[in-house]
Design a protein around this ligand. Structure first.
Ligand code: NAD
Length: 260
């Protein structure tokens, strides 16, 4: 489906982003992966994508806190593959604390990675997509793009902002064959969720099992974690021709969390 096209997924050295990058490569797209982590493990993933899916894969170490690096990453992807057709803004971090104790530098970092990075990447990618009259912009939002939870002020603010950014862009590019959507997952079992358990235990005075059962899965009607492959399948669908009229949408994939 995506043969001859190129995709870039930010924050794709792990979790949801990696699953999306692999799923787009499985559809024939050349991919740029991005994110932090062990050098050898990243190279292993990159080479593995090329071998398994018979596509080209490049790695960009761009830091999503740095606008100049983001713009350069988009330019490199266009140069490497001749175009950038699918942009997935997915990088994200989490931090859990009451607002009065929330570190100011964590707020700045989370807004930079979770919201401003998508602005910078879209701003740089849209001219090429407009010129080619085709593009897919997919932002990894969250159930927290739609509803709030206590102790996650920066995350919820960034994710709500991302939903607004998505809608605005969707309206601006709608007549150019470009769609922009926000995928809003509930709890997906990835390192991001695993890492917030100790802080939630501290903030709420609970055990790890209580956090999983009474805080995380209590919100999800299905009472199970969503898988990264389920989220990746939705991203692939959004790239299809059948999805060309879906734009400016917040697409929940949250086991019923935000239905309640
Ligand atoms: P993860 O920790 O497995 O992956 C996060 C990725 O972002 C990694 O590749 C990491 O290296 C990268 N990253 C972090 N800081 C970066 C920076 N400054 N520059 C470049 N890359 C950076 O987490 P995940 O759960 O796969 O999260 C991916 C996205 O999905 C995030 O936007 C997250 O908010 C969102 N999300 C996750 C869940 C969940 O339950 N896991 C639910 C809803 C939304």
């Amino acid at each position: 489906m995506l043969k001859g096209k190129s995709a870039l997924v930010t924050g794709s050295t792990s979790g949801i982003g990696l699953a999306i990058a692999r799923a787009l490569a499985a559809e024939g797209a050349n991919v740029t992966i991005n994110g932090f982590g062990d050098k050898a493990a990243i190279e292993n993933e990159r080479a593995g994508i090329e071998k398994q899916f018979d596509v080209k894969a490049v790695y960009s170490p761009a830091d999503m806190c740095k606008p100049a690096e983001i713009a350069a990453m988009i330019r490199s992807a266009e140069e490497a593959f001749g175009s950038l057709d699918v942009l997935v803004n997915n990088a994200g971090i989490q931090y859990v604390a009451p607002i009065e104790e929330f570190p100011i530098e964590k707020w700045d970092e989370m807004i930079a990675i979770g919201l401003s990075a998508a602005f910078h990447a879209i701003r740089a990618a849209v001219p090429g997509m407009k010129a080619r009259k085709w593009g897919r912009i997919i932002n990894t939002g969250s159930g927290h793009s739609l509803v709030a939870s206590p102790f996650k002020v920066a995350y919820v603010s960034a994710k709500h902002g991302l939903a607004g950014l998505t809608k605005t862009v969707a309206l601006e590019v709608a007549t150019f064959g470009i769609t922009a959507n926000c995928i809003c997952p509930g709890y997906v079992w990835t390192p991001l969720v695993e890492k917030q358990i100790p802080d939630t235990m501290k903030a709420r005075g609970l055990t790890a099992e209580q956090v999983k059962r009474d805080v995380i899965l209590a919100a999800q009607a299905t009472r199970r974690f969503i898988t990264v492959d389920e989220v990746a399948a939705l991203a692939v669908y959004l790239c299809s021709d059948a999805a060309k009229s879906i734009t400016g949408a917040d697409l929940s994939i949250d086991g019923g969390w935000t239905a309640a």
